[in-house]
Write a protein that binds this ligand. Structure first.
Ligand code: ZN
Length: 168
């Protein structure tokens, strides 16, 4: 077990030291969203370039800027890596899955050690979340869950901007 935690720590530190998809994208055509975690001082800016509509669009590129603790920054790096090339519905499903991993059910106040069932485990793919699974260790530290999910909440904000407010 300790070996696995070491591996996870290595993955997190690797993303922290060498963040993937760091930078900015021109807005427009990309959209931008900013997230802030006042509990820890983490700041994340997500630049999102979606090719197509909100229902069938494909994430062409993602860039991440910001600063903060290793959890928030490595989570953002992993997030950027995970969503590029996916369709918008796939990205939203991934966000839900990641939050499931973090045992967040959009209910605040929860947070005792009641091991919630992780949704998924669907047959063939034993590691559907890849490196992201390294972050599941933070569930033991509820304060850190906000750090881990910051990039994902910011991503959702960017996705919501991408969706045209008026049909067209
Ligand atoms: Zn943090």
């Amino acid at each position: 077990m300790a070996g696995l935690e070491d591996l996870y720590r290595e993955i997190i530190l690797d993303h922290y030291r060498s963040p993937r998809n760091r930078g900015e994208l021109p807005v427009p055509p990309a959209v931008m969203a900013e997230g802030h975690n006042p509990l820890c001082g983490d700041e994340i800016t997500v630049y999102l370039d979606v090719d197509g509509g909100p229902d069938d669009g494909v994430v062409r590129d993602v860039k991440v800027a910001g600063q903060g603790c290793s959890i928030s920054q490595s989570s953002a790096s992993m997030m950027s890596q995970a969503v590029i090339g996916k369709t918008v519905p796939e990205v939203r499903a991934l966000v839900r899955r990641f939050k499931g991993l973090m045992s967040i059910e959009d209910a605040d106040g929860a947070g005792d050690g009641d091991a919630a069932a992780v949704p998924g485990a669907t047959g063939d793919d034993p590691h559907p979340l890849g490196d992201l699974e390294a972050l599941q260790g933070v569930v033991k530290f509820p304060v850190r869950i906000k750090c881990a999910t910051l990039a994902w909440n910011t991503l959702v904000q960017a996705l919501d901007q991408e969706a045209p407010a008026s049909g067209g």
